[in-house]
Write a protein that binds this ligand. Structure first.
Ligand code: URA
Length: 240
């Protein structure tokens, strides 16, 4: 990592603007390797230097990856004029510029949503050609038959020409109204439209996993936490 301006480094790791950061720096709120630095345009390498801002050691991360248990009624978007968004739910200490949900869950869908400021990673996990499996649990109106499962598993094309690729479906309840569906795509209302194709209806939908990473059960709806590098690789390790 190259040397960067200190105001830029701090602003990139917090929800503060560069102007706000600069005024804190001028007041003596920042040290680099133990030395107070008063000029916001002084430079340092955030991966090599020990930077303390506001009395706290900067845990520098080029990008953040946040696991959220999305609640019902909240939009999968960064901002909205009237409605609450998933980014609004992120606590200040995890917030940073450019945070967005990597893929959308419908307003009434709950469960695992990944928020990040890493556009490249988001693009890779969402692209169907990379085969990152997203696992959902759905409560459906009527029992699903084995022939409906076979139809959907093979892949379908709707009347409007939209097609959904192969998927995997398992029943979770004896009455066959609770199912697990694994898909590699993320098309608009995909699971709802798949079930509608076999004359059924989704009445509750939760995403439980992305790749091999499953939602942390300690997260209540609306809560989130950072995910580690190891966990991020469980979603997908594109370097391998
Ligand atoms: N499929 C849907 O229908 N809705 C979601 O939110 C996700 C997948």
């Amino acid at each position: 990592m190259k040397n960067q301006r200190l105001d830029k480094i701090i602003a990139s790791q917090t929800s503060l603007s560069r102007k706000q950061v600069a005024s804190f720096i001028k007041k003596g709120e920042l040290t680099v390797d133990g030395e107070v630095v008063l000029s916001p345009d002084a430079k340092a390498d955030p991966e090599k230097s020990e930077i303390i801002f506001h009395g706290e050691l900067l845990d520098y991360r080029k990008h953040v990856y946040i696991m959220m248990n999305k609640p019902k009624g909240v939009l999968s978007a960064s901002t909205d004029k009237n409605k609450k968004t998933v980014v609004d739910l992120v606590p200040d200490e995890l917030k940073r510029d450019g945070l967005f949900p990597a893929g959308r869950l419908d307003k009434d869908t709950t469960g695992f949503l990944l928020l990040t400021d890493d556009g490249e990673f988001a693009h890779k996990i969402l692209s169907p050609k990379n085969h990152v499996v997203k696992t959902y649990r759905a409560k459906i109106e009527k029992p699903i038959s084995s022939s409906d499962i076979k139809t959907l598993e093979k892949g379908i094309t709707l009347k409007d020409g939209t097609s959904f690729k192969e998927c995997e479906i398992n029943t979770l309840s004896d009455d066959k109204t609770e199912i697990e569906i694994k898909i590699c795509e993320g098309k608009y209302h995909q699971i709802k439209r798949m079930l509608a194709f076999v004359n059924n209806q989704v009445i509750g939908l939760e995403r439980v996993s992305m790749g091999n990473l499953t939602i942390d059960k300690v997260l209540k709806e609306g809560e989130c936490r950072l995910i580690s590098e190891e966990e991020r690789k469980l979603i997908s390790d594109f370097d391998e």
